[in-house]
Ligand binder design. Structure first.
Ligand code: IPM
Ligand code: MG
Length: 372
């Protein structure tokens, strides 16, 4: 397969973790005979510095012309701590999501067996956690009208949703539930918000066309609690933009590190893949950031194009790195491995593990990725 992939490293640790994902895609390219053409562009704080805005036109058109976008991270404390700043790095990502029509953000929350002891929760609670969040990404309070009165003393953000915006992501979430364990939980605040009541109405109606899927409803405050009390009750979680933002960060720590979880943002014509973690500016350039979320985002990219074996080889190489403790210090504080070494190990262990082959574990342990 020939794919044009736009690379947007962004800020903080973005460039370092993205470089590891690219290494892995290059290993896939070589192992499975594909051709991936990478082209890079600036987004976020770095783009503000270089070009005066967080999403320069050249970056947007590169993404529009590409088959997929691989994104690093965005954000810089310089802007976070200045509420008066007229331009912010995050606007670049929001504009990009909107311009590419990426209405569906898919965030799988899974616990790696090798890392169960890393979870802040008890083993019995964490075991078996495997759910996927479908977060609406181009509507709601993020994109509603924003107001600030002239005195600067009263502000508001409008949360607006249309039936169309709700139904297009709801269909994707129901389809995902059909391919998983047939359970969909709509997370909302329908006891208070009109927009949530519309979500309930639209999703309930759509549910009639998916009779195999059990639909239940949960208020977001309760969901925040249930995610840490009993995460394995969830299969597919469908929710609006801001609720999805919040509960996906919560879900991400269940597995022991926010550095492990990837995401896919899908629209009619474009697709973008990014780790769910932020730019972690304190770790920038220190070679300690966990590249796994970025690498697994590349695996989601491969799946998006139907390259399932290829994606599986990446996932298996990641599992191997976790089992062999080739991990960054967020997973094991005594670890001597850095971002680059973890990326190298995973890329080197990407092999064609088709039916006729068996991986020789011993050789892999010795660092020789031999297939017998
Ligand atoms: C995320 C991030 C973004 C969001 C920020 C960086 C704008 O937190 O992708 O979850 O709020 O959507
Ligand atoms: Mg977030």
């Amino acid at each position: 397969m020939n794919l044009n992939i736009a690379l947007l490293p962004g800020d903080g640790i973005g460039p370092e973790v993205l470089a590891q994902a690219v290494k892995c895609l290059e290993a896939v390219e070589e192992t499975f005979n594909h051709q991936f053409n990478f082209r890079e562009a600036a987004v976020g704080a770095i783009a503000i510095e270089r070009k005066g805005k967080p999403l320069p036109n050249t970056t947007l058109s590169l993404c529009q012309d590409a088959d997929a976008v691989l994104f690093g991270a965005i954000g810089d404390p310089k802007y976070d701590n200045n509420p008066d700043s007229a331009v912010r790095p995050e606007q670049g990502l929001l504009e990009l999501r909107k311009a590419l029509g990426l209405f569906s953000n898919i965030r799988p929350v899974k616990v790696f067996p090798a890392l169960i002891h890393n979870s802040p929760l008890k083993k019995e609670i964490v075991e078996g956690t495997d759910f996927t969040i479908y977060r609406e990404l181009t509507g709601g309070i993020y994109f509603g009208e924003k107001k600030l009165n002239t005195e600067g003393t009263v502000a508001s953000d409008l949360c607006e949703y249309s039936e169309k915006e709700i139904s297009r992501i709801a269909h994707l979430a129901f389809k995902a539930a059909k391919n998983r364990s047939n359970k969909l939980t709509l997370v909302d605040k329908a006891n208070v918000l009109e927009s949530s009541r519309l979500w309930r109405k639209v999703v309930t109606k759509i549910g009639e066309s998916y009779p195999d899927v059990t639909l239940d409803y949960m208020f977001v405050d309760n969901a925040a609690m249930q995610i840490i009390l009993n995460p394995s009750q969830f299969d597919v979680v469908l929710t609006s933009n801001m609720f999805g933002d919040i509960i996906s960060d919560e879900g991400s720590v269940i597995g022991g590190s926010i550095g492990l979880l990837p995401s896919a943002s899908i629209g009619e014509e474009s697709a973008l893949f990014e780790p769910i973690h932020g730019s972690y500016p304190q770790a920038k350039g220190m070679d300690i950031a966990n590249p796994v979320a970025s690498i697994l985002s590349a695996a989601m990219l491969l799946e998006h194009f139907g390259l399932f074996e290829e994606a599986m080889s990446v996932r298996e190489a990641v599992d191997k790195s976790l089992r062999k403790k080739i991990v960054t210090p967020d997973i094991d504080s005594k670890s001597q491995y850095g971002t680059n070494q973890v990326g190298d190990f995973i890329a080197e262990n990407i092999v064609d593990n088709g039916d006729d082959f068996n991986m020789n574990d011993e050789n892999i342990d010795l660092g020789k990725s031999t297939i017998i």
